[in-house]
Structure formats: C-alpha cells, structure tokens
Design a protein around this ligand. Structure first.
Ligand code: GAP
Length: 467
C-alpha cells in the first residue's frame, strides 16, 4: 500500500538519506530540498529510464541539452513575460500571501476552480468562507496577477537592461533550436527532441515536499508532426507515457487522465490532458500532455525573424510550420510519485512490522547488498572478496554493510528498497558443519523474503540474469 501520509515518507527520506531539507545547518531555506546519496541515485535512475525509453529506444527521437540562460526575447515570444501568472491574494489581517485558486481548490476541487476568472476569486473566497491558513481570518484582497519568472542581472553592470530570466520550462530551449536540429540531423517528420534540465518558478505557495518547489527538474519532449497527424501522435504519446509509469510500478488505480475543458485550455492548445496521481493529499498533476499546434514555432519565427518552416522532402514547394505535441514530465514529481507508491508497511509472521520500499529494481538506488553475517575477521575477508568480484564483473551498485545485527541490516536494506541481499555466513567458510555449504552464499529477496543458497562461483551469472 502506498504511503498514506506524507510525513511517513518525509521521515524515511531523511532517516535513510534520500532527501534532506535544503541548507539545513543554516536553519534551512523554505521549500528547498537536497537529494542525498540514495535520492541522487534514484533520481539518476528515473532520468536514465526516461532517456532510455523515450530517446534511445526510439528511432524518431533526439536528445538535447540547452542553456538555462536564454535571450529575454525568447520569453516575450513564448508569452511568459505577459501571461505566466498566478492569482495572488493577500490576507488583509496578517499580510501573508497565497495562491487564491489553490485555497479554493482544497474545498471545491480543481475542475470548479480552473474556470474562474481573476475577478471572481476574492468574492468566491468570501462566499466559501475560506480562512487564511496562517491566521484563521477571512479577509482577502482582490486577486492580482503575479508573474512567476525569476529575474536576475547578467554580467557586471547593474543596468536592468541586462536582466535575464531563469527559464521556467525547458521546452523553449528545444523550440529555439528546432531549425539547428533540422539543418544538422535532417530528420523527417514526425520526430521529437527531448531534454532533461532545471526549471525555476517563483511559486506563490510551494509545498507538499518536492511536489511544488521553486527550483525543479523537468523531462520534456517536443514532438513535431504534420498538422493532420497531430491527434494520433497525441494519443500515442498518452499511451506510451501511461505505460512508462505503470511499467515502472505505478498502480493504474492510482492514476487518472483529466482533460482540460475549454475554459481551462490555453488559447493556443488544441487539446491538453494531465495524468494525475492520487497523492496522500488528493489527486494532483503528475504529467501534462498538450497539442500546442504551431504556436511556439510561429511565435519564434515572428520574434526572431528566422524561418521555422519544414520543407516536405517529397514536394519541396510545400513548406509549413509543424504542429507540436508536448509530453512534459516533472522529474522531482515523478521521483516523489515512485517513492510514495513504493512505500509499504508489512506485518511479518512474527508480528513485527517492516517498512519496505518496493521500488522497481531498475529504480532502486542500490542493486545488491553484501552482508557478512557477523564481524568475524574471516567472514568479513570472504565477504570483501565477493564484493570485489561483483564490482569487477558487473555494473551493479552495491552496499557493503557490517554494522548492527543481521536483522537490523535486512530492515535497513528493505527501507531503502534494495531488491537483493547476499549474506556471507559460516556455511560460506565451510565452518557450520553442514555438508555442501562451503563456498556458497545466500541471496535474500526483498519482496518474498525467500533465501536461496547458491554456489558463490555461480553468483555473477545469477546476478547478470537478474533472477
Ligand atoms: N512546457 C510545459 C510545462 O512546463 P507545466 O504543466 O507547467 O507544463 C510540466 O509543467 C510538469 O512540470 C508538471 O506536470 C509537473 O510535473 C512539473 N512541475 C511544474 N511546476 C512544478 C513545480 N513548481 N515544482 C515541481 N514540479 C513542477
């Protein structure tokens, strides 16, 4: 069963080294999070699986890595300068600031709130008697638009004409390079470009652990098609992304597709859906998919004066701006979802409760633990020998652990989601008096708790076939 409260997960993440509060020794910095040794490994594995599935295993996709700093005109062309806004309300009593729509969403649900106009937010807060989360009063200012882009000076002069933005999405880095990819790689439609990278948004109300933060990573794809082929490409991407999430362990009961209705739909979008996950606090957006038509490339053609058209290779007289289907993942949100889904408390036969992270083995930060049964010198020496052999002959990530009782060490490996643990015991050394156990080890399975004894010389083959 996935984590029922966020606190269970936050506490495990800190205790075991997945995710720590940012800048903690200085009292922290609100809503910033640092990935510890296990979290960094997990996040890298999520990115690796994404890149493998959506870039390497396809013949129509190319990888990219664009700069975070971009010419400010990019954000004028994309519409972010004018309209990348959230509705901000102030509490007149305590002066705290909130996102008006989010305050309403908790009571009325997202569908009822996305259709509201800016001027309807304050009257609705009043009508629904929504109290300030900080002081408990209900006395709001009118909602005003708040632009979420971070601005920063570039270079050594303090002249505001040198101000640039931290990118609020990775997508624009792909659009502005569309022509360069076209001219160098010479792909035919349909084809796509994907990239993974940091994005920054000055969110009014970040929160729910890493769900909404001001600095986060995205994994975005821009998939270019002929206009008529866009609806089919949209459906194909919806299925591919759904299968990626469920194939890596997200139960489909915890996922749903929500289509934006015409009030919520951005003016340039022909169709948008969110894939939502049932988070401990309710349904929330995990992933977004949009048919953005030719909006972005057309805007960049107008603002840059550079042609963004594709020439039909079968008929060079036909030139057009392709449509784009945009599958957009939040990397941190995806990691959080895998963590919530994997969290499991299980009662064992002896009545003890174990916490186990049932992460897909492709995502688990440690592939295999090597555990000498005790601290006896010759046991440790044998276990180190086996550890070395695994490091030399495989690419597996290992954890060699000698601290504490074997029971405690198994619990720790369960909590970090290690799929297999190898125990080196007195049988391995031929010292337990049992026939045929010399040079054997046991392999314990995280989920079934079954322990198999196998010959150490067959270990590598077994690990490579992942049995
Ligand atoms: N280029 C389209 C785009 O950026 P979006 O729906 O604003 O679309 C895409 O963002 C994904 O990025 C979301 O589905 C979510 O997973 C993630 N995301 C957006 N804002 C975020 C934030 N403040 N913190 C963490 N993840 C965020």
């Amino acid at each position: 069963m996935p984590a029922q409260t966020l606190d269970q997960l936050v506490s495990l993440c800190k205790r075991r080294g997945f995710i720590f509060p940012g800048s903690e020794i200085y009292g922290g910095l609100a809503n910033t999070w640092d990935y510890g040794p296990l979290g960094a490994e997990l996040k890298n594995r999520v990115k690796r699986e994404w890149w493998k599935t959506f870039i390497h295993k396809r013949t129509d996709m190319f990888g990219f890595d664009s700069a975070i700093f971009m010419n400010p005109k990019v954000w004028e062309a994309s519409g972010h300068v004018k309209s990348f806004n959230d509705p901000l309300v102030d509490c007149k009593e305590c002066k705290e600031r909130f996102r008006g729509d989010k305050l309403l969403e908790e009571k009325l649900g997202v569908e009822a709130v996305v259709v509201l106009k800016l001027e309807q937010i304050e009257p609705m807060l009043k009508a629904e008697k929504i109290k300030c989360p900080a002081c408990g009063k209900c006395n709001w200012t009118e909602a005003k638009q708040f632009n979420m882009m971070f601005k920063t000076p570039q270079g050594i002069t303090n002249d505001s004409s040198n101000d640039i933005y931290l990118r609020p999405e990775t997508a624009q880095g792909i659009f502005v390079n569309f022509k360069s990819v076209l001219d160098t790689v010479r792909p035919r439609l349909p084809f796509g470009i994907g990239q993974i990278g940091k994005a920054f948004r000055n969110e009014i109300t970040p929160g729910n652990f890493t769900f909404r933060t001001r600095e986060f990573e995205q994994m975005e794809i821009e998939y270019f098609t002929k206009p008529d082929d866009a609806p089919k490409a949209f459906d194909d991407w919806k299925n591919d992304v759904w299968n990626w999430f469920t194939g890596l362990g997200i139960n489909k009961k915890n996922l749903r597709v929500r289509e934006h209705d015409k009030e919520e739909l951005a003016f340039y979008s022909a169709k948008t859906i969110d894939i939502e996950y049932s988070f401990p606090w309710g349904w929330g957006e995990l992933f977004g998919l949009a048919n953005r038509k030719d909006y972005d490339l057309s805007q960049h053609e107008i603002f840059s004066g550079k042609e963004m058209k594709y020439t039909d290779p079968n008929d060079p007289s036909k030139k057009f701006i392709p449509y784009v289907i945009e599958p957009s993942f939040g990397c941190d949100r995806t990691v959080l979802t895998f963590l919530i889904e994997a969290y499991c408390e299980e009662e064992l036969e002896n009545g003890e409760v174990r916490i186990v992270m049932k992460l897909d083995p492709r995502l688990a930060p440690v592939d295999i633990a090597i555990l000498p049964l005790s601290k006896k010198e010759n046991l440790i020496a044998k276990a180190l020998e086996i550890h070395r052999m695994i490091l030399d002959k495989t690419d597996l990530v290992t954890d060699f652990d000698v601290t504490g009782s074997i029971g405690k060490r198994y619990r720790r490996q369960d909590e970090i989601g290690t799929p297999k643990a190898i125990t080196v015991d007195f049988g391995t050394l031929g010292e337990d008096g049992k026939q045929g156990e010399k040079d054997t080890v046991t392999i314990r399975d995280r989920d079934t708790l079954k322990q198999d004894r196998i010959e150490a010389c067959k270990l590598i083959e077994r690990l490579k076939t992942n049995q």
